[in-house]
Design a protein around this ligand. Sequence first.
Ligand SMILES: *Cc1c(COP(=O)(O)O)cnc(C)c1O
Length: 406
Amino acid sequence: MAKTASLSSPEIIELTEKVSAHNYHPLPVVLCEAEGVWCHDPEGKRYLDFLSAYSAVNQGHRHPHIIGALKDQADRLTLTSRAFHNDRMAGFLEHLCNYTGFTRALPMNTGAEAVETALKMARLWGHKVKGVPDGQQRIICCEENFHGRTIAIISFSTDPEARDGFGPFAEGFDVVAYDDAAAIEAAITDDTVAVLLEPIQGEAGVRVPGEGYLRAVREICTRHQVLMIADEVQTGFCRTGRPFACDHEEVRPDAMCLGKALGGGVFPVSAVVANEEVMGVFTPGSHGSTFGGNPLAAAVADAALDVLEDEKLDQRADRLGRLLREELRKIECSRIVEIRGKGLLNAVVFDEGFEAWDTCLELKEQGLLAKQTHGNIIRFAPPLVITDEELDQAIGIIRKVFESID
Ligand SMILES: *Cc1c(COP(=O)(O)O)cnc(C)c1O
């Protein structure tokens, strides 16, 4: 048994600093229990979770339906690898195809793996279907993207922190400005096989592109026979007030990368969805994952989708998101320059040079957990099961902290 269960928060933080790699700089809070929107620390203090593990906990912490599915499946079968069939994967994938409107799904584990899968699928499709000579396929990506942490993915990152010191990088990527459809069109050549983008850039600070951007990208991709691949790992599964962020413009990409909330806040589950013409390029041996599609993950993800549907979390996120932004805009704080977001994926942008770390510490003291990105932006993304009363309570805390800033 881990001995940390009996330690105090400062002791756990000290031990973490001592034994872990320092690839994160977390807020100084230790969580040991959670339910719904609420988390507890070992000292018994309660916090509203306004990060939701970067949108992996859309269904709330330990949703009973999802935990029930996890426990039932844990008592039956957990892992087979894909060398054999299991009795849970097909049902889950059918559910995912119905939910997303695509005909095929390829299950993986993490978001980065879903993106890697989509990149490989696009290159293979470009070669086999579009006829681009193998080795020449090019993929267009956007500045300030975040798609994960693997070598191939950071190869087209524009964030020096994510890239510096990690070369040599993977080739075949062209990076253009975000929210600029003309820049995408200008970058397309005969060798371009795909455009990969986030319909809202989450890690960049909830950058919402202008109305019409996604539609324009869709039209350009269709015209040039280039795949439009939407990374909906963070924006998907009701977070932005629609099942997927592309739904806001009624845009259907050729493929979507999915993860985070697909695991229902329990388990890493990711997938790429596409139609047969695209997904059909994979053949036995061309791609895979030992844990991808495992029956425990399939049972959890199946239940995670149930919760989104049964509780209409898209509508809830849409309504409460509008309310949250409206209330945030009323807060009197001269350092705030913008409130933006869709559904329950929102950000408060402070002026350049504002350091939001201390504000996040103060929010924590007052019982609300949120994390800044880029120093001057605080993201507010609670679990979508948050009640009106809980949101009111959260707004009260945020108002109190923000109005005492200057
Ligand atoms: C979090 C995220 C990823 C990576 O997911 P991991 O599970 O951390 O590998 C990829 N794309 C987007 C848009 C994300 O927000």
